[in-house]
Design a protein around this ligand. Structure first.
Ligand SMILES: [Zn+2]
Length: 162
């Protein structure tokens, strides 16, 4: 468990800095949801696959608004993040039958947040003995094919639930 959060450190090192936020890009382009791996959109928050997954089925929930901290959530954002968390767990369970989950926020770069300006919550499904996932999928092509397949399964799962 103690290594659980460290793989996210440095993941977005090559992302553009400043006002070009990759999450805001996904948030404001609903026509590109498939290319952006957006699995579900709520009123004030949405769910997207992590394209640098720690594990198969790793998704992130976030508000559409570019805010850095959960203390800035409106009541509506708080409520929808909570609802989307529960929905995501149901959808991932139905799509991938994981044996467990790691769920949480990295708030601030000191905590390992790759995109610290846009708060997001990680949901990582876990299976017994899954710790070798990343080395196995180290080749980029393998990861993208795998992502596409997992994206479809989780998205279908959301469709059935809502
Ligand atoms: Zn943003």
């Amino acid at each position: 468990m103690e290594n659980m959060w460290s793989p996210w450190r440095g993941i977005y090192v090559t992302s553009p800095k400043g006002d070009k936020c990759v999450f805001c890009e996904k948030a404001r382009n609903p026509n590109d949801d498939e290319a952006n791996y957006v699995v579900h959109r709520g009123h004030v928050a949405f769910v997207v696959m992590n394209i640098y997954p720690y594990n198969n089925g790793h998704v992130m929930l976030m508000p559409y608004r570019h805010i850095p901290d959960i203390l800035e959530f409106t009541g509506e954002e708080m409520a929808e993040m909570d609802a989307l968390l529960r929905l995501s767990i149901q959808a991932i369970r139905s799509a991938l039958s994981p044996e467990g989950f790691n769920i949480g926020y990295n708030i601030g770069t000191a905590a390992g947040a790759g995109i610290a300006g846009h708060i997001h919550q990680h949901i990582v499904p876990r299976w017994n003995g899954d710790t070798n996932f990343m080395p196995v999928l180290a080749e980029h092509k393998v990861i993208s094919e795998h992502l596409d397949m997992t994206y479809k399964r989780i998205k279908d799962s959301f469709r059935r639930l809502v």
